[in-house]
Design a protein around this ligand. Sequence first.
Ligand code: PMP
Length: 340
Amino acid sequence: MTVTSDVLSAIGGTPLIRLRRASEETGCTILGKAEFMNPGGSVKDRAALSMVEAAERDGRIRPGGTIVEGTAGNTGIGLAMVAAARGYRTVIVIPETQSAEKKLALRLAGASLVEVPAVPFANPNNYVRVAGRLAGRLAATEPGGAFFADQFDNTANRDAHVATTGPEIWDATGGRVDGFVCAAGTGGTLAGVAAALRARNPNVTIGLADPQGSALHRHYATGILKAEGNSITEGIGQGRITGNLDGFRPDVSDEISDAEALPLVFGLLAEEGLCLGGSSGINVAGAIRLARRLGPGHTVVTILCDGGARYASKLFDPGFLRARDLPVPSWLAEPRVIDP
Ligand code: PMP
């Protein structure tokens, strides 16, 4: 046990948890890095801290300044936490389709929210583009100025995973990691961990697990970059090569449907006590596929990005799932009723 000087020093150093059923079914060791244990509740705490520290070093953010970001939620929660601890304010632009729980967490973390319709990046009303414009405007009017964190193209995001997540995986496994796989939102986690692991072992296999309809899998497989996303998972799926993905290429990639990922989320909760969000289901599905490719005896690592409580009203709501023809586990559909 350690004593930390503040909440930000508690970011990172998360354990790798052996996923029992996935490991048994593949004959491999499948490990999930428990990023939901970060103080802000997700893998994005690392990127948030890294982007703010880089901006402080470069003088792009001043004391009392305002951090502006376009985010599906988790980066905003991380940024609001870093901002509160370091004396900044936060303005978050979020697509209105994101879960109510994440919006509440953002408000509780002290962020001012701007909700916008969910439209593709090409549309000027896309949340990232609105955030960029808003940051430009607030830079002139906010006391202390404004800083656009720009997680998609700001490579301080990826750097966090090169410096911490990747080395932590290497050290925790004693270098015995044969494959790493995860989904991409900004691509910071995937490209950053890949760079750190490849620098230590060029033979490690790096996999992309892409949600249904996302453009990246098709891009790496066929060269065509076209998104038709309709996954209920949040925070992942990308329609362009972001600054954080620039120069990166996975060794293998898979497109994972919600119907494949969700039963894994439900199984991990009911049988292994792990309450996770939808992107973790995509990641575990990708890890199982990569383990099958590599064959028994290998070690595959993936990311458990955030916790399921952030999605109670969607992922764990039988009505929401049924309306989308997605599987509803019996314990969720008919919870056991005990007569007092
Ligand atoms: N899962 C969740 C729940 C997320 O919020 C994000 C970040 N948007 C990711 C995965 C993907 O992480 P990255 O941005 O590093 O690709």
